[in-house]
Design a protein around this ligand. Structure first.
Ligand SMILES: C[S@@+](CC[C@H](N)C(=O)[O-])C[C@H]1O[C@@H](n2cnc3c(N)ncnc32)[C@H](O)[C@@H]1O
Length: 257
């Protein structure tokens, strides 16, 4: 299974790095990232694992904020891209290619913080990943992770019923959001699009799970929930009309017991 997931991200590595473009998409910039940063708090002097770092913009960002960052990803190409940008910015990040479910190269109780941004929904076995995050965290350390909100998961059993395109925003109006078969936890394959609207070369697997599964898995793998957020767009940009009506992301801050 992990080979199949790795191939997807390898095939999509160039398109994904292009989409992220050093800052994340407008959704990341205007909705998700400020919330994640608030939950992380002051990272200066802390050891931080960016688990599933992708193109690595958050690893670089939190390095600039003074964290001692290790970053791991399944995709060698994404790690290579991230290394190149990191070097060009004269930053130091400890990069590793690997599976976040088995980080053998990292001893127990190594990190103050594990950040896993939009990764767990791409991982088939949630509990295995959470156990590994727990293992590498110091006692009292924090795991902050984000996912696409499981109750309004358009990479899963949900979708907007769309209206006409708004010429000002170039986005279609959302009439209402429909959800069905929420309780069926299964894999969905979706194609992303580049900023130019071109289809990614390969599909991406998303593993839909209920909110209860996320919360109960945290309990059984040794975490306390500290904070849970459903971030909204920061400004009143009409582009985000849909995202002001239902939450796009869910963000969890947890502590290792
Ligand atoms: C949606 S991207 C998010 C990347 C980055 N965290 C960000 O916020 O831009 C998901 C990332 O998780 C990585 N990934 C998926 N499964 C993984 C695994 N088992 N171990 C390590 N990385 C994994 C993918 O290669 C991809 O880079």
């Amino acid at each position: 299974m992990v080979d199949r997931i790795q191939k997807q991200w390898e095939d999509n590595a160039e398109a994904f790095a292009d989409l992220i473009a050093g800052t994340g998409t407008p959704h990341h910039e205007s909705i998700l990232n400020p919330c994640v940063e608030e939950l992380l708090g002051d990272v200066k002097g802390k050891s931080l694992l960016d688990a599933g770092c992708g193109e690595g913009y958050l690893a670089r960002y939190y390095t600039k904020k003074g964290a001692d960052v290790t970053a791991i990803d399944l995709s060698p190409s994404l790690i290579e891209t991230s290394k190149m940008i990191t070097d060009s910015e004269s930053l130091e990040v400890d990069y590793r290619v690997g599976d976040v479910c088995h980080i053998e190269s990292v001893p127990n109780e190594t990190f103050d913080i594990v950040l896993s941004n939009l990764v767990l929904l791409n991982i088939p076995d949630l509990v295995v990943a959470l156990k590994e995050y727990n293992r590498v965290l110091k006692t009292g350390g924090h795991l902050v992770f984000s996912i696409v909100h499981p109750a309004f998961n358009f990479y899963g059993p949900g979708a907007w019923e769309m209206g006409e395109k708004d010429p000002d925003t170039n986005r279609r109006e959302g009439l209402f959001f429909k959800v069905d078969n929420y309780f069926d936890e299964e894999e969905f394959e979706r194609y992303w699009r580049t900023r130019k609207g071109e289809k990614f070369p390969a599909p991406i697997s998303f593993f839909h799970r209920t909110l209860a599964t996320y919360l109960n898995s945290l309990v059984t793998t040794g975490f306390n929930l500290v904070d849970f957020r459903e971030p909204r767009p920061l400004d009143d940009n009409p582009f985000f009309d849909r995202e002001r009506r239902i939450p796009f992301f869910a963000v969890f801050k947890t502590e290792k017991k």
